[in-house]
Design a protein around this ligand. Sequence first.
Ligand SMILES: [Zn+2]
Length: 384
Amino acid sequence: MSVSQGQQAKKIKKTRTTPFVVVIDPGHGGKDTGQERGAKGRMHEKDLNLVISKYIGVYLQKNINDVKVLYTREDDSTVSLDERVDFANQQDADLFLSVHCNSLPMDHYKGTEIHIQIKEGDSFKLAKLLNSELKDRARRPNRGIRSVQERGYNLQVLKYTQMPAVLVECGFMTNQQEEKYLNSKFGQEIVASAIYRATKEFILSTPSVEKTKTESVYKVQLASSKEKLDLNTEPYVHIKDKIELYYDENNGPYKYRYLIGTATEMTVARTILKKAKESGFPKASIVAMNQKDRNTELSPDYTHKHWAIQVMAGANRISLHDKAFKALQSEVEVMEKEGLYKYIVGRSYKKEEVVKLLKKVKKQEGFKKAFLVEVDAEDIVAVE
Ligand SMILES: [Zn+2]
């Protein structure tokens, strides 16, 4: 691809896709140290870049919905500039963010620098946001925004990436004060949060389009977590709807996602969101899910006694997809208990929810005798 084509692509990328893909590029790595540390106990540039990059990635993943964060390296490996560019282009990233720390032979130079290819379009928009966050809110010394003209040379990761791309120099390792600051957790977090805030503003100000509009439904995400949570605790017990648990490989460290409701209309989703917020989830948000995402649903862990509706029982096991269950319109599970196969629906910790469902089930032809059962944690329940 020629340079002009690359720049063209940068200019026309005006809408964001779902998810918004951010490629974070920790500069140098492995055999390429970048600027060497000034003293023992301090970090080399490659290590500083990685630490700051990871903070940025975690902040983005944690605080913005529908963002996918990818890294050109996640450890101290050697990655060429070509590989970095190719990775971002292949991933069809919406944004490329390269993180570096600066150096010059003289030690009085200090301040952040934002590098872009040209002072135009989305890259320039983000560069301005970054510059202002670092200067005005993080209060870092500032050396402004630089394009290829002002630098006098090209930066490969800015020139050949086909999406908005910026390179942030977080400060000078050759300046004693800044080196100390960049080596402190405090300094790293301040710089990373400034970069995160600017990136967030950039993402949210880019109009959203969904990649798979017709297949998507809206759901409300209550929370996401690193470890699977016990839903029999506050504030989850206040949620009247069925809480769906998803395992999402692409959600950074927060792979477990807790969602409620299904809506094809945004207005309906907003109503569900309002209820969720009132039930103790002020940070709940609307997410779009496509068919593929929905397949990753996990069944919740039932670690305590809970409730279900028994719809049928027998000594012989029948298929859960048997037409006998069709009228139920609920997922049927089978529980083996006291030598009998018991077919159940609507498992929940919330008795009132199950009672409500029972009334509906009993109206169905063939299920007039359905009744409420208690399910112990030890009972073996299977689905097909
Ligand atoms: Zn560097």
